[in-house]
Design a protein around this ligand. Structure first.
Ligand SMILES: *Cc1c(COP(=O)(O)O)cnc(C)c1O
Length: 356
């Protein structure tokens, strides 16, 4: 249990108007959570302070060797006024898995969730309520030793910042085009692909730029060794429905284990659909498409929840899925998960936590 000191701002910012487009990750609330780590002392000085700049030496390790991690989840306002979080302990556990891989000290799951709840409570009035909007929560840890040698830092900062975010789809769910990357790779087994860390994102940018230039919204990564097996999309896991079977790549060590991915698997199974977590090759997808068996493709992640894929481009082939429209399972998953997150649909899996 953390002892969190709270210093409230004396100059609250103007909150966005109810009808103002929020976009993603551009507006920040009045406060932030911050906690230090010092070797020998552990995590200490948990506090909530006014949102502010931090000052660090140019020699700070995070700037040079990328020892940092992040998480992403959301707080939602239910119609009855309750503030809800979706499976935050999954983020806390995943955070510690990331930390172990990156030699960052772990944070007890209870403390992590307590910190999230505390900062969300303080800035609860910032949670937007227009359809599809939410308060994005960004916990992250950076290495703060002033040192240019390569070793794990002995000091860290854990911070949580909050950003009111707009509806991912301004006019309802809409399908995206995806570029299957066959030149660059994002991650390999044994690397850091299953950790949520900036390094994976910088590795993805060149392909992302290329995909955008070609008119595609996102990149789908193939495995780093044979460039043959499907891995995941930029910041989303990927699902296929082929001949009635839901298939997603197994967590093989180079794929990020998404909370939304796990929720989609559990929901599909609870509806009696066959679900397979296994290796799936791009040839299998191509073959399924050619024979008319590729029924639906969708990405899963906290930001978009469900992102239907209308078009897959692989080398010179363009595979159009569902005539570029939204599949019924994609729509049902979106409606159910967002319904549970907003407290509108019965939470039979016990996924929702109230912030009191
Ligand atoms: C965060 C992330 C996801 C999605 O995870 P969720 O917990 O569902 O938001 C997928 N892939 C990558 C690379 C990610 O960083």
């Amino acid at each position: 249990m953390l002892d969190i000191k709270i210093v409230k701002t004396t100059a609250p910012k103007q909150k966005p108007a109810a009808d103002q487009p929020l976009g993603f990750g551009k507006i920040f609330t009045d406060h932030m959570f911050i906690m230090n780590y010092t070797e020998g002392k552990g995590w200490h000085d948990a506090r909530i302070v006014p949102f502010q700049n931090i000052s660090l030496s140019p020699a700070t390790m995070v700037y040079h060797y990328g020892q940092e991690m992040f998480e992403g989840l959301k707080a939602y306002k239910a119609e009855d006024g309750r503030t809800l979080l979706f499976r935050p302990e999954m983020n806390a556990k995943r955070s510690n898995n990331t930390n172990r891989r990156l030699c960052i000290p772990e944070i007890p799951v209870e403390d992590y969730v307590q910190a999230i709840k505390a900062i969300v409570k303080v800035d609860e009035d910032w949670i937007p309520t227009a359809p599809g909007t939410s308060l994005y929560i960004r916990p992250f840890i950076i290495a703060t030793d002033e040192f240019l040698g390569v070793k794990p830092s002995s000091t860290y900062l854990f911070m949580i910042i909050l950003s009111p975010s707009g509806a991912y789809y301004s006019s309802g769910l809409s399908p995206v085009g995806i570029w299957i990357e066959d030149e660059y790779v994002r991650a390999v087994k044994g690397g850091i692909g299953e950790a949520k860390t900036g390094g994976n994102y910088v590795a993805s940018m060149a392909a992302q730029v290329k995909a955008h230039e070609e008119g595609y919204a996102q990149v789908l990564w193939l495995d780093g060794v044979e460039r043959k097996y499907i891995e995941e999309v930029g910041a989303m896991n990927i699902f296929f429905k082929i001949d009635g079977v839901v298939i997603t790549p197994a967590l093989n060590g180079s794929i990020l284990p998404g909370v939304t991915r796990d929720s989609v698997i559990k929901l599909c199974k609870s509806w009696g659909l066959p679900v397979e977590e296994r290796r799936i090759s791009i040839d299998e997808i191509y073959e399924a498409h050619k024979t008319g068996k590729l029924e639906e493709v969708w990405g899963t992640g906290t930001a978009a929840v469900i992102s239907p894929v209308g078009k897959l481009r692989w080398k010179d082939e363009v595979m159009v899925i569902q005539d570029g429209g939204i599949g019924s399972l994609s729509q049902k998953l979106y409606d159910n998960i967002t319904g549970i997150q907003l407290g509108k649909i019965e939470d039979i899996h016990n996924w929702v936590t109230e912030v009191k």
